[in-house]
Design a protein around this ligand. Structure first.
Ligand SMILES: *Cc1c(COP(=O)(O)O)cnc(C)c1O
Length: 437
């Protein structure tokens, strides 16, 4: 099966694995995030197997999708985890993940978060500044622990992603420049409670070519060879090459893990390091959809047609935040979905009309799909937003005091709720006790 077969139209009706989307919505309501467990696992195995030559520790990036049942499914398959906050660490530990499979990134880890991670003996911190290194050293000392660290390098590489998702250019807040890293490594013995384990590079995402990874590793190799002495070199036991591996949002052909591996694995072998990888969206983006119900159709006299649905920017933030394109298509339709989505492009099938699909939130940016050739839909028709498994639910909020959606996991011919829909009561919890009489 290809990725898309896990979300497939059979007799004009969208299925996730062997379950009708319509049946899930009948049970769970709308909007709802729906994930395919077997596609999540297939994607995990695909990236693991592509890099098998260098036996990577795969650390799924929890910020892409942090549902406990998703973490559990991946942990059971052998995955490690990349966390960026104490809250994410709490989730991963709650599921019972072994701490020696957890890495912790982020430019602003607080003392509480560092303490929490040290107390739980996580595998490694990806350190993003000299000040943070000093803080980890101090806290590790006070706890009588060792802080295992990789230095996150900012290699000043343009990964050609959206400005808001690129992280490896020198003006971005992430990582440490080579110069400072070299100083830190030279003086690493000044940090009594730190074990230097390696180097970390994460360039941003999604990265549609292997070039930036190759350039990053070449720079790391040059740095290790030309700047570090023997002792410094020994400290570089691991190289963490981060995440950002792409998947196709629009149906275009994109690189697969084996393509990345073909270019990256030889460099890792030359470096002679163990490797850590932090894929997020590759594993879960295509394994999830957001399904929504059509509330109204509105057609302006000058011709513009709006499809107003019950999901909004608070449920799926990527279009309003990054101009991201998610394919959208009715759940029940006899019009085939085009192979590739070109927003604002050519009209394909005669039965299509140009629409904007919008949510009910009081913001003009609450447009989930702009200028799409779309089949005729009516009130009550369900629409699926595809490739919404990563940075979908995790970026959702309750803006406009909208309860966050439920999350559903499909496995073969059955499905289960893995997060219940929030209630109005949930939304005022934490406030109502302060209401003065
Ligand atoms: C977000 C993030 C990732 C994952 O990026 P994807 O595009 O989801 O693969 C990996 N590593 C770090 C440090 C991140 O911040």
């Amino acid at each position: 099966m290809t990725s898309f077969d896990f979300f497939e139209y059979r007799d004009n009706e969208l299925f996730c694995e062997d379950v009708k989307i319509k049946d899930i919505v009948k049970d769970a309501g709308s909007p709802a995030y729906i994930y395919s467990k077997n596609l999540i696992l297939k994607n995990y195995r695909e990236i693991r197997d592509a890099f098998a030559d260098v036996s990577p520790l795969i650390c799924f990036s929890v910020k892409a999708n942090s549902n406990l049942s998703v973490i559990k499914a991946l942990a059971d398959a052998g995955s490690g985890f990349d966390v960026v906050s104490g809250g994410e660490l709490y989730r991963v530990l709650k599921v019972g993940v072994s701490p020696d499979k957890i890495v912790f990134a982020g430019v602003g880890k607080t003392s509480e978060e560092i303490k929490y991670a040290l107390e739980n003996d996580i595998f490694m911190f990806n350190v993003e500044s000299p000040a943070e290194l000093a803080n980890i050293d101090r806290i590790a000392g006070s706890l009588d622990k060792r802080g295992r660290i990789a230095l996150r390098i900012n290699p000043d590489i343009d990964a050609k992603t959206h400005d808001k998702t690129t992280t490896g250019k020198k003006e971005n807040k992430f990582g440490i420049d080579f110069e400072s890293a070299s100083q830190l490594i030279k003086n690493i013995d000044d940090y009594n409670n730190i074990d230097l384990k390696g180097i970390h590079v994460h360039l941003g995402s999604p990265i549609y070519s292997t070039g930036p990874y190759v350039q990053g590793l070449e720079k790391v190799y040059k740095f290790v060879q030309e700047t570090l002495d023997e002792k410094g070199k020994e400290g570089i036991e691991y190289v963490n090459i981060g995440g950002g591996y792409c998947m196709s949002y629009t149906g275009e052909e994109v690189k697969r893990p084996r393509d990345y591996a073909a270019d990256i694995v030889p460099l890792i072998k030359i470096l002679g390091c163990k490797v850590v990888m932090e894929p997020g969206r590759f594993i879960i983006a295509n394994a999830g959809i957001l399904v929504t119900n059509t509330t109204y159709i509105k057609i302006a006299t000058w011709g513009k047609k709006f499809v107003i649905c019950d999901a909004a920017m608070n449920d799926l933030a990527r279009p309003s935040l990054y101009d991201a394109v998610h394919r959208a298509w009715p759940v029940n339709t006899d019009v085939p979905m085009p192979k590739v989505e070109h927003p604002g492009g050519e009209k394909g099938d005669d039965r299509l009309e140009l629409v904007d699909i919008v949510g009910p939130v009081c913001e003009s940016s609450d447009v989930l799909a702009e200028k799409r050739w779309f089949p005729d839909v009516k009130e009550g028709d369900l629409i699926a937003f595809f490739s919404a498994g990563a940075y979908g639910f995790t970026m959702s909020s309750s803006y406009n005091t909208r309860p966050r959606t439920c999350e559903i996991l499909v496995d073969g011919d059955s499905f289960s709720t893995i997060r219940r829909r929030e209630t109005y009561e949930d939304l005022i919890t934490g406030e109502k006790e302060f209401l003065s009489a």
